[in-house]
Design a binder for this molecule. Structure first.
Ligand code: F6R
Length: 236
């Protein structure tokens, strides 16, 4: 495990963007695993900046996102597809057809889980997976108690996650109650992992995840077993 302490959010974002850009420069055909949430926005905007300066080319790169709310269409401004387009894909030269987010509106969600796993396999797996971490230690939407051996599956969101995400929806009752997420097993199969965390409120959970016992009650604690994990955090 490599742990990098950043000075502030901007520094964390630049360092994370550096790791992602190195991946794409060294292997232009990389499959990037991407995350939503507030933490990665700065890294995405740094990558956009470097793309505009001509330093990175995403034309051969593919991406798979961790998760999506069930019931939201990609055109819904709260969907994770919309988030990715607006915060990243629309401003770089990745081909939209090479960007994948689970379909939260699929008629058969079980079939969608299977399709998504097969899709990741057909791309040759994930080269570098970017991860944020929830206050309860969730990664993707794998909440405390989630079995480590799961691939893509459907989850009921925890009360704490609904509360944390209400800020994006305006009120708690508007937050979808279910999501589709890559499982811990899918995440652990990525060849490299990059975990980013920002803010004083993330200090305790990051400590527990990286240095505490490995337990499904802290889903991110399993990352300690990954052979190629980089963590960039800033608790200011
Ligand atoms: C989103 C995701 C979530 C977030 C986590 C932290 O795709 O996978 O696990 O990474 O909820 O969210 P922020 O960054 O908003 O604190």
């Amino acid at each position: 495990m490599r742990i990098i302490e950043a000075k502030d959010y901007a520094d964390m974002s630049r360092k994370a963007a550096n790791v992602i850009s190195a991946q794409v420069i060294l292997e232009p055909r990389s499959v990037l695993g991407l995350a939503t949430g507030s933490t990665p926005i700065g890294a995405y905007s740094q990558l956009i900046d470097w793309y505009k300066k001509g330093d990175i080319d995403f034309s051969l790169t593919k991406s798979v996102n961790l998760d999506e709310y069930i019931g939201l269409d990609g055109s819904d401004d709260q969907s994770y597809r919309y988030f990715m387009n607006r915060n990243f894909f629309d401003s770089i030269n990745i081909k939209k057809e090479n960007t994948f987010v689970p379909n939260g509106k699929a008629a058969d969600m079980e079939a969608e889980c299977k399709r998504y796993d097969e899709l990741i396999d057909s791309l040759g797996g994930i080269d570098l997976q970017l991860l944020g971490i929830g206050h309860d230690g969730h990664i993707g939407f794998n909440e405390p108690g989630a079995a480590f051996e799961k691939t893509t599956h459907i989850v009921e969101l925890e009360e704490a996650t609904i509360k944390a995400n209400a800020r994006f929806f305006g009120s708690e009752d508007k937050v979808p109650k279910k999501a589709i997420t890559m499982g811990i097993k899918s995440i652990m199969q990525a060849r490299k992992l990059l975990l980013i965390a920002n803010g004083p409120d993330k200090r305790d959970i990051v400590e527990k995840a990286l240095h505490g016992p490995v337990t499904p009650m802290v889903p991110a604690s399993i990352l300690q077993f990954h052979p190629n994990l980089t963590v960039v955090y800033c608790f200011n």
